[in-house]
Design a protein around this ligand. Structure first.
Ligand SMILES: [Zn+2]
Ligand SMILES: [Zn+2]
Length: 147
């Protein structure tokens, strides 16, 4: 695990009030769940946990809250080519390793220059929206299991 700093529910309350949006128990529960899990979860996993805490919460609500958190910069939506998007509670730029055998996703620090990549894309006239660094391969435990 990295020593990542995750946005807090106070950050969420501040961001929602700044936009005149309501602070709902679902919104708080989704953020808490992302923090608790420490990053890289599917919307479905968040849904299962939040529904256990707040029965009656629908899956579209969870998706909408996750989109809202991404918009507010309190979560990062990751498309790592795994079929479903993952949500990361760690919002500062960082790359990921993805194991193609077990699907494990881990944070990768260092050697990542998102601003440089965006600047290069812009120089080519490209309207950059997001940058993702993905190192694909086989994780240490899968590699060990092969032997
Ligand atoms: Zn693996
Ligand atoms: Zn991450």
């Amino acid at each position: 695990m990295t020593q990542a700093e995750y946005p807090t529910t106070d950050d969420l309350v501040t961001a929602l009030r700044a936009r005149g949006q309501r602070v709902t128990s679902q919104r708080l529960a989704v953020l808490r769940e992302l923090r608790r899990r420490g990053g890289h979860v599917t919307a479905h996993a968040v849904y299962e946990s939040v529904r256990a805490e707040l029965p009656g919460t629908s899956s579209p609500t969870i998706y909408a809250v996750l989109e809202l958190l991404s918009e507010l910069g309190l979560a990062r939506k990751l498309d790592l080519g795994l079929g479903s998007a993952l949500y990361d509670a760690r919002v500062e730029p960082h790359g990921h390793t993805v194991c193609r055998r077990c699907g494990a996703v881990a944070d990768l620090d260092g050697g990542f220059d998102p601003d440089g990549a965006v600047a290069a894309a812009r120089a080519g006239g490209f309207a950059a929206e997001r940058v993702e660094l993905v190192v694909a391969g086989v994780c240490a435990s899968c590699a060990a299991r092969r032997q």
